[in-house]
Design a protein around this ligand. Structure first.
Ligand SMILES: CC(C)(COP(=O)(O)OP(=O)(O)OC[C@H]1O[C@@H](n2cnc3c(N)ncnc32)[C@H](O)[C@@H]1OP(=O)(O)O)[C@@H](O)C(=O)NCCC(=O)NCCS
Length: 197
């Protein structure tokens, strides 16, 4: 069962049926704004629908083809991050995410996506992680940009939301680029610590 403690206040746990009520309440609180960006929101109109979505994602997880993970901040469910699919042949995945509106602006999702990128390249041994964002979704785009992902291109008909296509920008990170970046970050912080001594 996937469980990752990123810090004492921030944890990731695989979503299971027991989380249906909590997840449904969180979606209800954020429905109006999520609807603008995420195509599945209208499919989670009731507790029962939400439970069905969790069951489907658990079946996907059992096949090792993706997973939906709850984000717990100070022991409260505040959002979801997912591997929307995992392609083991071409060794890549796509990250998806959303966060309770009241918990935005604190770097939670950037920290979570860093941990998931590490997980994809470490535990899952994939070669590439993609993040797709609506071109106009600046908050979402800021996440791969903060993490050093690069833009592969844009597409007018790759993604759909509510009732229309949205123009999408595709970001990606390779395992090699990530390792290099992480090594440079570790090197820079070691140098900073040395200078402070
Ligand atoms: C996309 C989404 C998750 C971004 O949420 P977010 O709170 O902006 O992202 P983070 O949690 O990483 O927080 C970043 C913010 O915290 C600030 N921050 C504070 N401490 C930080 C830290 N240690 N690291 C990074 N950012 C930090 C950043 O400056 C930024 O604030 P700013 O936008 O005012 O500059 C959220 O807007 C959302 O759920 N949107 C709807 C669903 C959606 O669009 N999903 C994506 C589909 S592709």
């Amino acid at each position: 069962m996937f469980h990752l403690e990123i810090s004492p206040e921030l944890e990731l746990r695989l979503l299971t049926e027991g989380h249906s009520q909590l997840l449904f309440e969180l979606i209800e609180r954020n429905r109006a704004y999520l609807r603008g960006w995420l195509p599945w929101v209208d499919g989670a109109r009731t507790l029962d629908n939400t439970r069905r979505l969790i069951r489907a994602s658990l079946r996907q997880h059992a096949r090792n083809e993706g997973m939906n993970v709850g984000i717990w901040y100070h022991n409260q469910l505040v959002g979801v991050v997912s591997y929307n699919y995992i392609d083991h042949v071409r060794r890549f995945t796509e990250l998806g995410y959303w966060l309770d509106e009241a918990h935005q602006g604190n770097g939670i999702m950037t920290t979570v996506c860093r941990a998931m990128t590490n997980d994809a390249f470490g535990r899952l041994k994939l070669d590439r992680v993609e993040i797709r964002c609506a071109v106009t979704n600046q908050r979402s785009r800021a996440i791969p940009e903060r993490l050093g992902y690069t833009i592969d291109g844009t597409s007018a008909q790759l993604d759909w939301t509510s009732d229309h296509y949205i123009e999408t920008v595709v970001y990606s990170m390779s395992a090699t680029q990530w390792q290099l970046q992480e090594a440079n970050t570790a090197h820079d912080s070691a140098n900073r610590r040395r200078r402070q001594l």
